[in-house]
Design a protein around this ligand. Sequence first.
Ligand code: CUA
Length: 151
Amino acid sequence: MIDKFEKQVITVTGIVVALFIFSIVYAMKKYDANVPECLPYDKAYEEPKVNKLDESTYQVFAVAKMWSFEPSQIYIPAGSEVDFFLTSKDVVHGFNIADKNVNMMAVYGAINKTTVKFEKPGVYKIVCHEYCGIGHQNMEAEVIVNYPESK
Ligand code: CUA
């Protein structure tokens, strides 16, 4: 036999959980917020690189370490959709892309993934926004959209 108050607590908890889930789904639809995924760890992601899947689809294996991101410059054409796979070689770092809804953590032994669409040409700064030691403020990279490929 469930106590009357227990029943109330269960009901309220259910409503609150439903509200949380609704808020996340609403933000994803309305504000194009992307909820990062956690992927099973794979050593392959420790090798920084940019994979071109087709003209407008890219994969970036981003590696954070004290105190830089690799690759540090990512060249893509405007209108591209990019899957970022993020990991760290040492401590916890942040991964924030200016003007985009991206706020991820780079964690050793873990792979976080998010997808970002770059419609407008420009240079999008990536910064570390988790204090990670003496060189923290120097940790940055950039996504260069619609600029000629070089290097
Ligand atoms: Cu890496 Cu702060």
